[in-house]
Design a protein around this ligand. Structure first.
Ligand code: NAD
Length: 363
């Protein structure tokens, strides 16, 4: 497989690569990115461990890395918890780590966020390496340094920015990704097109059937372009003071759905697919010449198993106020100005938000 590198470039000359290459290049890339051979912590979940941990272990041992501590956690959103964070802390500290000991996050967005936060907090910051294995992780969650866990009041409310030293994305690992997770990941891919690149959104629409079939050449281009978009946005605004917020298109609705339905009921991607439909509806109320039908027909192709009709509308609206974009009690939404261009606004009425929700409840 040929190699492609996308760079995330931050201020003060900080930068790191997203390397699209085989897992077997890991030891070489660790060295190239300043990590010295020695003990390391691998955090993963049970599903990914069964499929891919042996390959990672073998590659590291063969290259002379020793002292591997493997921490295998239950899969699923509920693992982003204080209890499992503490578990990682206990295991890692119990093995005698030092400031150079890298944490390798092998898994989807859940493992990336959780292991990333553990890396951010252990000894005030250990080097972090992402080995993303889900589509969401390869195009989105591993890029940009957001790490964290959930709180009963909302998703990702406890966390830190902690940028990785390296992201190694091996596209072959996606072959074992279950169909539901593949399709859920497509929601974030479509989001990247809608907020930042109209040509890419159009390409997705044209190639949709090949994408669902995971046609290798098409998905390779798709994943690299989606990762580039995320890297560009993060490079411009690491701490989400302005532009980075556009990556939350659909997420204020989505996080409310996940919270009210109970974490795990909808995959993150399913909730985002629904959230983007509601946000597009609201966008069209503020921008009447938005090509609403074109956008909604692309979003409708993202599969979602459950309806949200059983969820309580008042609870959903209340849940939106736990969003991190809320300022002085004022909801702020990411909306579309046109395909490929998004903006943040606090100028949305309760009536318009209600219309967005009602559209999801009774499309
Ligand atoms: P996930 O980590 O739960 O992975 C989904 C499922 O796929 C899990 O059951 C996992 O075990 C399984 N899996 C992963 N890779 C596999 C593989 N190669 N083969 C077989 N099974 C595999 O969730 P996700 O969808 O990857 O990510 C969602 C999470 O990411 C959410 O918690 C969300 O909040 C977070 N997220 C974070 C950011 C960020 O910037 N930090 C951005 C987007 C999403």
């Amino acid at each position: 497989m040929s190699e492609t590198i996308v760079h995330v470039r931050l201020d003060h000359g900080r930068a790191y690569p997203i390397q699209f290459s085989r897992l077997q290049t890991l030891p070489y890339l660790l060295g190239e990115n300043g990590l010295r051979k020695g003990p390391c912590i691998i955090v993963t979940d049970t599903n990914v461990a069964a499929l891919h941990l042996e390959a990672v272990r073998g590659t590291l041992l063969e290259a002379g890395w020793g002292g591997l501590t493997e921490i295998i956690l239950p899969s699923g959103e509920s693992s982003k918890s204080p209890q499992l964070l503490q578990h990682i802390h206990d295991e890692a500290l119990g093995t005698g780590i030092d400031r150079q000991t890298p944490v390798l996050a092998l898994g989807g967005g859940v493992i990336g966020d959780l292991a990333g936060f553990a890396a951010a907090t252990l000894l005030r910051g250990l080097p972090l390496v992402h080995l993303p294995t889900s589509l969401i992780a390869q195009v989105d969650s591993s890029i940009g340094g957001k790490t964290g866990i959930n709180h009963p009041l909302g998703k990702n409310l406890i966390g830190a920015f902690h940028q990785p030293k390296l992201i190694l994305a091996d596209l072959d690992l996606l072959q074992s990704l279950p169909e539901l997770e593949w399709r859920s990941g497509l929601a974030e891919v479509v989001k990247h097109g809608l907020i930042a690149d109209a040509g890419f959104a159009e390409e997705l629409s044209v190639n949709w059937d090949s994408i669902l079939r995971r046609d290798r050449s098409i998905i390779r281009r798709m994943i690299i372009r989606a990762a580039e978009i995320k890297a560009d946005v993060v490079s411009e605004d690491e701490r989400e003071t302005s532009r980075r917020a556009i990556l939350n298109f659909g997420h204020t609705f989505a996080h409310a759905i996940e919270r009210v339905a109970g974490y795990g009921e909808f995959t993150h991607g399913e909730a985002v697919a629904l959230g983007m439909r509601a946000a597009t509806k609201v966008s069209a109320m503020l921008t009447p010449d938005l090509p609403y039908e074109t956008i909604d027909s692309l979003l409708k192709r993202l599969p979602v198993r459950n309806s949200i009709n059983h969820l309580d509308l008042t609870e959903l609206i209340q849940a939106m106020y736990y969003d991190k974009k809320v300022q002085s009690g004022n909801l702020r939404l990411i909306l579309l100005r046109e395909i490929g261009s998004a903006y943040i606004t606090g100028n949305v009425t309760e009536e318009q938000i209600l219309t967005g929700w009602k559209f999801l409840l009774h499309p």
